[in-house]
Design a protein around this ligand. Structure first.
Ligand code: GLU
Length: 440
């Protein structure tokens, strides 16, 4: 057996799941030399093959009625990928692009990300093809309640603990958790990302973005520079992009872009925190970024990567948003590239960046701060004791520093640190060992 054989088999079984295969291919490449170095035999390769298959996939119909009184039907999913380290843990995504391929990829990535946090968290991912764009608050609530009416039977504080992701923020988690509490007549904190009023953690909203910047700081320090004074191109304008941008600005970096599905906003001298708030208000009112009017800020249709020159790039929108050609443009100026989203660089783009020798932090390491604070939220909820914002922030900083250290230890090459390999290998070893010891 070999990782090549395993990938061949996987590709023929799951030929209609290109996104999942992309993530699996990268992981297999990262663990290949390790398996050879421990003289892995048939047992190890078969266990690896097992790890590539989700433990359970649940799909269900979601029935709801829109404001016009029209019956609507969507598909809901939960991929319970791996529970070796703890209860399945991972977000719910509500977006028309959601399908089984995308959720399997996200659940698979979540497995290694959660393992890297050092917390007892298994991995899962779920969501629906429901499009929250343009929906009224009443429609969002109706959909969330209908979704939970099916999902509740598959989750639980020691079984599966969902959270948010694209299209699922604090409001949606509130509606989902409200329905869960009513159906189960319990206060078990089976969702994270909750409002601190009913068991959520302070700092969870900011955690993914702040964690990304703490990780970026650690990478920069390891390479002998700081983020202050550097220009940063950030993509996206959701939760991750917002708090990545805010933290970068706080640390003295110059954030020159934010983007949405239509295009990007650019300010040469960098956005202020107040301007970020203004942009977010426009977004929250349901408008696109082209509706923002700020002095010296331009909005252009299309992708920013081949147009905007910056010292640092933080793709924080979605998977595969950076192509090989984009990466070839980025490496001309980049001193640091940090994935804020899950796998925003295509395999080709990641290869271009790694071959150029530019420090490159993969999402599963850099954006682990969100799920890490979810883990801290579970601890707080279970112990019926909320922590201060400072305590949460200091734990988050430590976790991100540890993840960086794990990447350094596992990603050492002759010349530089291969963070992709480091993150994959460190996460993989934990899950793999646990599966062995559990007799799986
Ligand atoms: N959706 C986030 C992620 O990709 C958060 C998951 C969680 O908090 O469970 O990691």
């Amino acid at each position: 057996m070999s990782t090549t054989k395993i990938f061949e088999r996987l590709s023929s079984t799951y030929q209609y799941e290109p996104t999942f295969l992309q993530a699996a291919k990268e992981l297999l490449a990262s663990v290949d030399t390790y398996l050879q170095s421990i003289s892995a035999g048939d047992f190890e390769y078969r266990l690896l093959e097992r790890l590539l298959v989700p433990e359970r996939i649940i799909t269900f119909r979601v029935d709801w009625v829109d404001d016009a009184g029209v019956m609507q039907t969507n598909v809901g999913y939960r991929v319970q990928f791996n529970s070796a380290l703890g209860p399945y843990k991972g977000g719910l995504r509500f977006d028309p692009s959601v399908n089984l391929d995308v959720l399997k990829f996200l659940g698979f990535e979540q497995m290694f990300k959660n393992a890297l946090t050092g917390l007892p968290l298994g991995a899962g991912k779920g969501g629906s093809d429901f499009n929250p764009k343009g929906k009224s608050d009443n429609e969002i609530r109706s959909f969330c309640r209908a979704f939970m009416l099916e999902l509740y039977r598959h989750i639980g504080i020691d079984r599966d603990v969902p959270a948010g992701d694209i299209g699922v923020g604090g409001r949606e988690i509130g509606y989902l958790y409200g329905m869960y509490k009513q159906i189960t007549n319990s206060n078990e904190g089976t969702l994270t990302g909750k409002d601190p009023l009913f068991g959520g953690s302070l700092g969870r909203t900011e955690a993914t973005g702040h964690g990304i910047v703490y990780f970026a700081e650690a990478v920069a320090a390891h390479h002998g520079f700081t983020l202050a004074g550097m220009t940063a191109a950030v993509s996206g304008s959701g939760n991750v992009a917002e708090f990545t941008a805010r933290k970068l600005i706080e640390l003295g970096a110059i954030v020159v872009t934010l983007s949405d599905r239509g295009g990007y906003m650019y300010k040469e001298t960098g956005f202020s925190e107040d301007e970020i708030s203004e942009i977010m208000n426009v977004k929250k009112s349901g408008q696109n970024l082209d509706a923002v009017t700020l002095p010296h800020v331009t909005y252009k249709a299309g992708s920013l990567w081949q147009v905007v020159t910056a010292d640092m790039y933080f793709p924080c929108a979605t998977q595969n948003e950076v192509s090989g050609d984009d990466a070839r443009a980025m490496v001309k100026s980049a001193k640091l590239i940090v994935e804020g989203a899950n796998m925003p660089l295509t395999l080709e783009a990641a290869l271009v960046v790694r071959e150029a020798g530019i420090p490159f932090a993969p999402g599963k390491a850099a954006n682990a701060g969100g799920v890490a604070v979810s883990g801290l939220e579970m601890t707080q909820h279970a112990s019926h004791y909320p922590w201060s914002r400072e305590r949460v922030d200091s734990e988050l900083r430590d976790i991100m520093k540890n993840i960086h250290q794990l990447c350094v230890e596992n990603g050492q090459t002759n010349k530089e640190i291969d963070y992709v390999k480091g993150a994959n290998l460190a996460g993989f070893k934990r899950v793999f060992e646990a599966m062995k010891k559990l007799g799986w």
